[in-house]
Design a protein around this ligand. Structure first.
Ligand SMILES: NC(=O)c1ccc[n+]([C@@H]2O[C@H](COP(=O)([O-])OP(=O)(O)OC[C@H]3O[C@@H](n4cnc5c(N)ncnc54)[C@H](OP(=O)(O)O)[C@@H]3O)[C@@H](O)[C@H]2O)c1
Length: 298
């Protein structure tokens, strides 16, 4: 049995079906009952619903599992506590292999969410558990393409001139399956997961425009504007952690490039990682097939 946290998230939704297809039994942790339904449809054997920072819930969730894939949910103020708690629960239960989804350059402590992951990595290294640490670069997320597809503008919340490396979550979850199902081969490893290329916002915009076959604007938005979109109806004053994370991203990525190297991911996959252009083509095909292209011309 393999335990997957944040199981109905960006990674989990890709990973759970891949593990099931590989013949593994999956136990999933999600926060809401609503997410239990799609998880069962994906083939999860057990779904544990509750707060992944709760040690009692985790004690139940880790019981009998041979491996754990741990993802700290996006912008969650309890991310550090969750990371520490699942490692402690695994240790108390007798020692599953922990595959930790961390981040590229987790040593960069002026990024709030990197410092948290650095601390969780350190806690894992001190646990004496078998581990594999994955350090993905910025995700190629369909959500980030939506303003371009629907409103004709590509937006980033940091300097448009700074370069970033990206990675496709299909590739990240392919590596996660390897680490979870062949623990012996991947035990003790820390892998940087990065697709080829380092792009400014202008270069990303050009790729998207080429795929869409139409001109696109590019626009820098500030962290607080981005936070408001992310928080929806919530008052930003009630979300100090989320604001701190997003402001630290804007400041750091405006001051320095965030780039890596594709060698490790290429070696792990045994093929070229998915390029940004291939990702955009795939998502644009999905978008047009769903009939949404009518909106994108408005
Ligand atoms: N975005 C990037 O470019 C990037 C790059 C590198 C690393 N990362 C890191 O990747 C992580 C996020 O990965 P992701 O996008 O795959 O995850 P995600 O989509 O943010 O995960 C959402 C899932 O977490 C569950 N969840 C949220 N709060 C919970 C709680 N308190 N207890 C139990 N479950 C909870 C949600 O449950 P429900 O479905 O029930 O709501 C949902 O299933 C973050 O740590 C982020 O810093 C992101």
């Amino acid at each position: 049995m393999i335990l997957v946290t944040a199981a109905n998230g960006n990674q989990g939704r890709l990973l759970v079906p891949k593990l099931v297809a590989a013949g593994e039994s999956v136990r999933a942790i999600v926060r809401s009952e609503a997410s239990a339904v799609p998880l069962h449809a994906m083939g999860a054997t057990d779904v544990v619903v509750g707060d992944a920072a709760d040690p009692r819930l985790l004690a139940r969730a880790v019981d009998g599992v041979s491996a754990i894939y741990h993802v700290g949910p996006t912008l969650n103020p309890d991310e550090r506590a969750m990371g520490f708690a699942i490692i402690d629960a695994a240790r108390a239960a007798g020692g599953a292999h922990v595959v930790l989804s961390s981040v590229l350059h987790s040593i960069v402590t002026d990024l709030v969410q990197h410092e948290i992951k650095r601390d969780v990595e350190e806690h894992l290294l001190a646990s004496d558990l078998e581990f594999t640490i994955l350090q993905p670069s910025n995700y190629m997320l369909p959500l980030k393409l939506r303003p371009a597809f629907e409103r004709g503008v590509f937006e980033l919340s940091w300097s448009l001139d700074r370069r970033q490396s990206l990675v496709d979550l299909d590739d990240v979850t392919d590596v996660a399956v390897m680490a979870l199902t062949d623990a012996e081969r991947h035990a003790g490893a820390t892998y940087e997961l990065v697709a080829p290329g380092r792009y400014t916002a202008f270069e990303l915009r050009d790729v998207i425009a080429r795929v869409m076959g139409r001109p696109l604007d590019v626009r820098e938005i500030d962290a607080d504007t981005y936070a408001k979109a992310w928080l929806g109806d919530r008052d930003p004053a009630d979300a100090p952690h989320q604001l701190a994370v997003l402001r630290s991203i804007s400041a750091r990525y405006s001051a320095h490039d965030f780039v890596g190297n594709a060698n490790v991911l290429t070696w792990l996959l045994g093929r070229e990682p998915t390029s940004f252009e291939s990702f955009v083509r795939r998502e644009w095909q999905r978008h047009t097939a769903s009939g949404s292209s009518r909106d994108s011309t408005n």
